[in-house]
Design a binder for this molecule. Structure first.
Ligand SMILES: *Cc1c(COP(=O)(O)O)cnc(C)c1O
Length: 395
């Protein structure tokens, strides 16, 4: 089936709730994609950060193949060895604590919010989240998402949510009261434009949560599992959250979500309080274990850090030539390029030339290559981007 035939089938049978690029992808290998016509595309935004160690990483593929032949699914009525192993690997790399597994980022955040309410006293029910945040599309997660465009047409949202400007300590302080169950934030806002939390801000979030007896939740669905150069985004800061949520890169391409909580808080999720049929199944957890092992065996945290610096150097040079580049922000391989004009056209032009990047909030290009990216691949991407920017300049 070629791209044209695929698009025709979509038009007939698939709900059109996504704006799609006009290319059908049939294969992925490392940092490259191949479309139905056999064109090769350099992928600097692999699977929206899901393919964090590249497409079809051989260790992940092997783990999935082996596990598929052994046991695909078993319900949580039983103990599941791969689930236990993944929870252990996560705990040893985070703040200790215990994990609950589900299938997506939104579900992980739902679990975090339910746990925060259950763990805190009865009068605490409010959630404080940030403007420009993104927490997913289920009802509580989208309510938590501080962007009115995602609420449009779905009102009323769930009660009890307050939105504050990101990185604004005074606003957070005045939003706090004894009824707050939790604050939920991304350490680096992804979809909101790659906005990095300041050291001072997360320090104050921690202090205020302690003062009021509220739970500090960090949504690490995008920052988690190494992209920033550390396992978790919060590890760039001098604080520990009470709960983190993970998904995207955790399964190396297989659907999985996780909520990790400190042990005393985790204890509030007793049998009957929360569950997920597919959550923590052997296949997804075997993939997760393979992802963590691959990151360690191949030194990918270090590579994410180094390649992040390399990309920034390249952009510093590009900025001198192209005034449309205002500045670059982010950590490791979570990189946002603030433009002075709309970036959607640049994204489609890059794709025509065989490079995939992304644009969010209209004017922020996102460069989020996999942690296996090489300097050669970055050079190749910069060359394509530069040729597109040159063409735009000449218009
Ligand atoms: C992608 C994302 C989510 C939602 O994850 P889904 O798997 O699409 O539900 C939540 N939070 C952040 C920070 C994300 O980037």
């Amino acid at each position: 089936m070629n791209t044209k035939e695929t698009i025709e089938i979509f038009e007939k049978y698939v709900i059109a709730n996504y704006g799609r690029l006009p290319t059908a992808i049939v294969r992925g290998e490392g940092n490259y994609l191949f479309d139905a016509e056999g064109n090769k595309i350099l992928d600097m935004f692999p699977g929206w950060a899901v393919s964090g160690i590249g497409h079809c990483h051989p260790k992940v593929v092997k783990a999935i193949q082996d596990q598929a032949a052994e046991l695909l699914h078993i319900d949580n009525t039983f103990y599941i060895p791969q689930q236990g192993k993944l929870a252990q690997l996560l705990s040893e790399r985070a703040f200790g604590g215990k994990s609950f597994f589900c299938n997506s980022g939104a579900e992980a955040n739902e679990a975090a919010m339910k746990l925060a309410r259950r763990h805190t006293s009865k009068e605490k029910y409010k959630f404080i989240t940030a403007e420009h945040s993104f927490h997913g599309r289920t009802f509580a997660a989208v309510t938590a998402t501080g962007q009115p465009k995602y609420h449009d047409g779905f009102l009323p949202m769930l009660p009890g949510f307050k939105y504050v400007p990101f990185n604004d300590v005074a606003a957070l302080e005045s939003a706090f009261d004894d009824e707050v169950a939790a604050v939920m934030l991304e350490p680096i806002q992804g979809e909101g434009g790659v906005n990095v939390a300041t050291e001072e801000y997360l320090g104050e979030v921690r202090r205020l949560c302690d003062q009021y007896g509220a739970v500090m939740i960090l949504d690490e669905v995008q920052t988690g599992l190494g992209r920033t150069g550390k396992w978790f985004g919060y590890q760039h800061y001098d604080i520990e959250p009470d709960i983190i949520t993970l998904a995207k890169a955790l399964g190396g391409g297989v659907a999985i979500g996780a909520m990790m909580a400190k042990e005393d808080i985790a204890a509030s999720l007793v049998p009957g309080t929360h569950a997920s049929t597919f959550g923590g199944n052997p296949l997804a957890c075997a993939a997760g274990v393979a992802v963590i092992e691959a990151i360690e065996e191949e030194g990918l945290l270090e590579n994410a850090k180094e390649m992040g610096l390399y990309v920034r150097e390249k952009f510093a040079a590009l900025k001198e030539k192209f005034p449309i580049i205002d500045h670059v922000r982010g950590k490791g391989l979570m990189i946002g390029i603030q433009l002075t004009a709309d970036g959607a056209g640049i994204v489609s032009k890059c794709l025509e030339k065989g490079l995939r990047i992304n644009c969010t909030q209209q004017t922020v290009l996102r460069f989020m290559p996999s942690m296996t990216v090489t300097t050669d691949q970055i050079d190749q991407a910069m060359e394509i981007l530069e040729s597109v920017l040159t063409e735009e300049n000449e218009k």
